[in-house]
Design a protein around this ligand. Structure first.
Ligand code: GLA
Ligand code: ZN
Length: 651
């Protein structure tokens, strides 16, 4: 397995480079990412390129046998560019340039920016494309779906809408613009939404479309760069480093343009005591693996306390540097690059800690990292092994965006709904894939589709067919509420799904932070919160019943047999004890191997190839744990990972 670091030669005196790079090589680093913010050094004046310094850095990395991930530096245009071409700055709703200062303020569509960014990518890829050490390219940095109110972006938005709807009549109809006299009578009336305005006041159809457009637009920027890179370096592989951000693009669509997924991985530095979030972080990793359904790369990995624009967090607990990187391997990463080699002494990010402190004296974190490098080397035979899962959790970009636009009730967040089911199954020690709505469902025995708020008709049909053919499906409250235009469907919930679920929602109570009580038909009592669907079970068997409120004795959840499969409807939001029991029941019903006695914080994931199965056992907690794993008494220190190999003929 590959361990790397993010390095900024331009931040340090050149006489430090060789010492740094030698130490990297001696420590066991094998790949280094460089240059994503170095545009002003690469092109100090328009059209005047200076690559000598970067050549020297690349030469040194090569001298010590290190591979390179080279980045296009387009996230931070140099100040001369903004000065000369002010139109390159993102505009607000009224067409005024936004304040520049930090980074990422470029309008993806501004013709000057596109020309100059394409040129710097062209020149760089020609220069470094033939270097054997340059193994991959990263496009830009942490791209987001920007909202820009400039003329070019506004025109592009209008043409995107014209392509989608053909006429204003269709568009007005799709959005229901007659509400509040909002019908557009000319295309010129259509503008990007104002930033900072309460989005929930705007038309939900228009808003969801805008977010889809902004994502498509960002993808176009990715495509432009990818084409240049491919033209100049036909043999390379290309990625961009993604993250879970506010202006989240459709990552599934984005990575269709690229060769592999990479992710910036900053797990929380303090784990809450209540155990609700043990698997929250592994959810993110499974999500990233699911985007292209293959192994991925961590482009930036936690290395110390985080801070800068916020007060600093705790530092990493002993075991976290090593454990969290190995955890990424366990969930399908083949390479992990730590951010960053050394903490910056200058610039706004000087309190976001790297592996080595400002003092440049290697300390505890660095030595743990060195140990990680050794362990990663010993796991080399695992590189490229795959992850196969029987359980999937379905992520829908449209539902994610629509629920961000219209919060349903206090405390109800889309990712939490997905994490609840992911966590329930993960706590049983099984692999869980996070898949997109386009994925082939028939590969899975169990599919959870929580809060599938926006469900296009073809997905509804595919889910129905999945159950009919023998799948186990879990759907929940706030599912099948909206059509593709983000309009409510005039039907009892879950719309068009009552046949499969064998129940419908006769009324609901968005209880927010309040807690209610439900009882399982096995006699177990659970707390629930956020949302309470009151179910009318037409054919389904109730599995949870409310014990309080005016809907006491009504069903809160049910299961129904349909075709060769079955469908669970969970009409409320519960806590981990419930999700874990539900997962255990379904896994035993479906005869899937799992580990019923795992301590709450333990993750077991499996990577395999045709010869061997590798069980990764990880303790995501501050406490030592002990449990029986396949007849062996396994003890794990805090954040410790142990890998057990079972050869296939042994199985
Ligand atoms: C992100 C960015 C990095 C750096 C880190 C730490 O992940 O990609 O450039 O800013 O955050 O703040
Ligand atoms: Zn723009």
């Amino acid at each position: 397995m590959i361990i790397g670091v993010d390095y900024y030669p331009e931040h340090w005196d050149e006489d430090m480079w060789e010492k740094d790079i030698r130490l990297m090589a001696e420590t066991g680093v094998s790949v280094v990412r460089i240059a994503e913010f170095a545009w002003c050094r690469i092109e100090p004046q328009e059209g005047c390129f200076d690559f000598e310094w970067l050549d020297r850095a690349v030469d040194l990395l090569e001298k010590y046998g290190l591979d390179i991930i080279m980045c296009t530096p387009t996230n931070c245009p140099p100040l001369w560019l903004y000065e000369k071409y002010p139109s390159a700055v993102i505009k607000d709703h009224s067409g005024r340039p936004i304040e520049t200062g930090i980074r990422g303020h470029r309008c993806y569509n501004d013709p000057d920016f596109v020309r100059l960014s394409s040129r710097v990518v062209d020149v760089m890829t020609k220069r470094y494309g033939k270097r054997k050490s340059v193994k991959a390219w990263q496009i830009d940095n942490e791209l987001e779906s920007n909202i820009c109110g400039c003329d070019t972006c506004t025109q592009r938005y209008r043409s995107w809408l014209k392509d989608r709807y053909g006429s204003l009549k269709e568009l007005n109809n799709a959005y229901g613009n007659t509400v509040w006299s909002g019908e557009f009578s000319s295309w010129e009336q259509i503008k990007p939404p104002a930033e900072g305005y309460n989005r929930a006041w705007l038309n939900p159809g228009y808003m969801l479309d805008y977010l889809r457009f902004a994502s498509d637009d960002m993808i176009e920027f990715v495509r432009t760069q990818a084409e240049i890179i491919r033209r100049n370096c036909p043999e390379t592989v290309i990625t961009t480093n993604s993250w879970f951000c506010e202006k989240m693009p459709d990552l599934h669509k984005t990575f269709k343009e690229l060769d592999f997924v990479s992710y910036d991985n900053y797990p929380p530095l303090r784990l809450p005591d209540n155990g609700e979030e043990y698997y929250s972080h592994s959810f993110h990793l499974d999500f990233m693996r699911g985007i292209s359904n293959k192994n991925f790369c961590i482009m930036e990995q936690l290395s110390g306390a985080m801070g800068c624009w916020m007060p600093m967090t705790h530092t990493v607990y002993p075991g976290m540097i090593k454990g969290y990187s190995l955890q990424a391997f366990a969930h399908g990463a083949d390479a992990v690059l730590h951010f960053r080699w050394r903490t910056a002494c200058k610039g706004a990010e000087m309190h976001w800690h790297g592996l080595i402190d400002h003092s440049n004296v290697p300390g505890r974190r660095f030595y743990e990292f060195a140990d990680l490098c050794k362990e990663a080397r010993s796991l080399e035979r695992i590189r490229g092994t795959g992850i196969r899962s029987d359980v999937a959790v379905l992520y829908s970009y449209d539902s994610d965006m629509a629920l961000r636009l219209q919060p349903q009730t206090d405390g109800f967040y889309y990712y939490d709904q997905l994490k609840a089911y992911h966590g329930g199954f993960s706590s049983c020690g099984v692999n869980v894939d996070i898949i997109s709505a386009e994925c082939d469902l028939s590969k899975y025995k169990i599919v959870c589709a929580p809060a599938l708020y926006v469900c296009p008709e073809n997905l509804r049909r595919r889910l129905e067919e999945y159950v009919e053919q023998g799948g186990t499906l879990i759907i929940t409250c706030r599912s099948l509420v909206k059509d593709e235009n983000n309009n409510c469907i005039m039907s009892q919930l879950p719309a068009g799904f009552d046949g499969i679920s064998g129940c419908c929602v006769s009324e609901y109570d968005p209880v927010g932070y309040d807690r209610m009580t439900v009882e399982g038909n096995d006699g177990n009592v659970y707390q629930c919160t956020c949302w309470c669907d009151i179910l009318n079970c037409t054919g389904a068997e109730p599995i949870l019943t409310y014990r309080d409120g005016f809907y006491k004795n009504s069903a809160a959840a049910s299961v129904n047999c349909f075709g060769k499969g079955n469908c669970y409807y969970i009409g409320t939001v519960l806590f981990r004890d419930f999700y874990r029991r539900l997962a255990q029941k379904i896994l035993s019903d479906r005869k899937i191997e799992f580990f019923p006695q795992l301590p709450g914080s333990v993750e077991i994931t499996v990577r395999e190839n045709e010869y061997s199965t590798y069980y990764f056992c990880f303790n995501n907690s501050y406490k030592q744990v002990k449990f029986v794993f396949k007849g062996e008494c396994l003890e794990l220190a805090p954040f410790e990972m142990k890998v057990r190999e079972v050869t296939k003929n042994q199985l």
